[in-house]
Write a protein that binds this ligand. Structure first.
Ligand SMILES: *Cc1c(COP(=O)(O)O)cnc(C)c1O
Length: 490
């Protein structure tokens, strides 16, 4: 006789228990938001110390809620750094929207698998509506759409996979790459293009780095020359990666000229707007991205300038069928009868993943809660703050502007009194200064290398940053910079 195993419900918490822990976590979140402006942006603690504090042994007996909360508190208030702090202006990491955090909680609670429509009916339709809406903001036509991915790296990988499959030779998906292919991107384009070419079997050297003008924008004449050189050598050009908002300085490649070139030669145009894309929501910035509507694919990162929690990247395509063509596979275990069930499109058929989370929810909820107009106003404000910072750096005798302000990025240098702007010691000072600022905790910036020279770099994708925070970053830089310069002289 078969004996049923007895019930084993201990992993299933009651709704009351779920609420008890959830409410305490929400309380901790409220505390974080309250304390945030007074916390250091970063505590600059070494890895060994952080590890000792957070790397618990997984216990054989589960921790009670008090012990769990002690651990979460330590992690939250002592062992994290805060991209949502008003003083955070480093790298390109959005502040993290409040509704987005609620979306994270609920997407976990719902646990939809957005690889299959049948496993995520509402979630799949939300992701489709969100990506259609984003595509329309860029002026892509009916039939455009896309998917939420882990970030700009994945989005550009997918964009270049579509390019390879469209232009990389007959049956390239089945037979692989059989002839040398080339992709063109500027010297200022993000390294994710090289990584994508490597992963796609093109080799990272297939990405030809094309010169830029003095403002960091891809030079179309140099592009023509690079394409001609490759053709003469029997290399097949397949795509141009245009950058709309370079990572270092926020420069925007000449999109209309590049679109023209791609249309003329049947090249795939992928626009890496991972950072700059959301500028289309701001009335004053939108014209800077003119021509992006002619892209075949676009990378845009909601977790940068839509401020949503990491990870939320997005790839948009002019024609959704390109994704279906590029990722179609036959798997017997996911067969289904769409006609009989009325089910919609499964995202596993449109991209590299099978099981996928509901990362669209945090983006969707943020847009629904704030609305596109408030978003546009804040994005515009971020850029105005960067321009203000550029003016301060120009006016103050102890600073210089290192590049034109692009979108919401300001690159600058601290020049100690008595030093010439071209003093060879400035590079070393600047490099040590950005690290000193990061470890100090009162403000936060990162660095950029511009024409071979180090610069401090502030990128404002932070709806909590205001003019006094920008002023404080300069004051802290001047204070710590003067100290470093004095140490050098001593
Ligand atoms: C940030 C960035 C990337 C990489 O995006 P992730 O989201 O970090 O993967 C690619 N391109 C540009 C222009 C970027 O600014």
């Amino acid at each position: 006789m078969a004996t049923p195993p007895p019930p084993q419900p201990e992993l299933d918490w009651t709704p009351e228990r779920a609420r008890a822990l959830g409410e305490r976590a929400v309380g901790l979140w409220e505390e974080l938001l309250t304390l945030l402006p007074g916390l250091p942006v970063d505590r600059g603690r070494p890895a060994a110390e952080v590890r000792a504090a957070v790397a618990l042994d997984v216990p054989e007996q589960g921790l009670d809620d008090d012990a769990l909360m002690r651990h979460l508190r330590e992690l939250t208030l002592e062992r994290s750094m805060y991209p949502g702090h008003p003083g955070f202006m480093g790298y390109i990491s959005g502040a993290g929207t409040v509704p987005g955090a609620v979306g994270e909680l609920l997407s976990g609670a719902l646990n939809q698998n957005v690889g299959g429509w049948l496993l995520s009916p509402g979630a799949s339709e939300v992701e489709a509506a969100l990506t259609r809406w984003l595509a329309a903001r860029f002026g892509l036509p009916e039939g455009a759409g896309g998917l939420i991915v882990g970030g700009g790296a994945f989005a550009t990988f997918i964009g270049l996979k579509l390019a390879r499959d469209a232009h990389g030779g007959e049956d390239v998906r089945e037979l692989g790459v059989r002839e040398p292919l080339a992709v063109y991107a500027s010297t200022e384009a993000h390294v994710v293009a090289d990584r994508a070419a490597d992963q796609l079997g093109l080799g990272s050297r297939a990405v030809r780095r094309v010169a830029t003008d003095a403002a960091g924008r891809l030079d179309p004449v140099a592009l023509d020359a690079a394409i001609a050189r490759d053709r003469a050598e029997g290399v097949r050009p397949i795509a141009v990666v245009a950058t709309a908002g370079t990572t270092a300085t926020g420069a925007i490649d000449p999109l209309p000229a590049l679109a023209e070139r791609c249309e003329r030669d049947a090249l795939w145009l992928h626009v890496d707007a991972a950072y700059g894309g959301p500028a289309v929501l701001a009335d004053d910035l939108r014209p800077l991205l003119a021509g992006i509507d002619r892209a075949d694919s676009i990378a845009v990162d909601p977790h940068k300038w839509l401020y949503t929690p990491v990870a939320s990247g997005c790839v948009l395509v002019r024609d959704l069928r390109a994704l279906a063509d590029s990722f179609a596979v036959r798997a017997s275990y996911v067969q289904q009868d769409l006609e009989a069930t009325g089910r919609g499109v499964s995202y596993a058929d449109l991209g590299p993943g099978f099981s996928r989370g509901f990362d669209a929810l945090k983006v969707w909820l943020s847009l629904l809660a704030h609305g596109s107009e408030a978003y546009g106003r804040r994005i515009s404000h971020d850029a105005a703050l960067a321009r203000y910072m550029g003016e301060l750096a120009t006016e103050r005798p102890d600073f210089e502007l290192a590049a034109p302000v692009g979108l919401s990025i300001c690159c600058f240098r601290y020049v100690p009194p008595g030093w010439a702007a071209d003093d060879p010691r400035l590079d070393d000072l600047t490099e040590r200064l950005f690290t000193a600022i990061q470890l100090d905790g009162r403000a936060y910036c990162s660095n950029a290398v511009i024409d071979g020279r180090q610069a401090l770099r502030a990128c404002i994708v932070n709806f909590r940053t205001e003019a006094p925070d920008v002023e404080r970053l300069l004051d802290v830089a001047a204070e710590l910079g003067a100290r470093l310069a004095a140490d050098r002289a001593a």
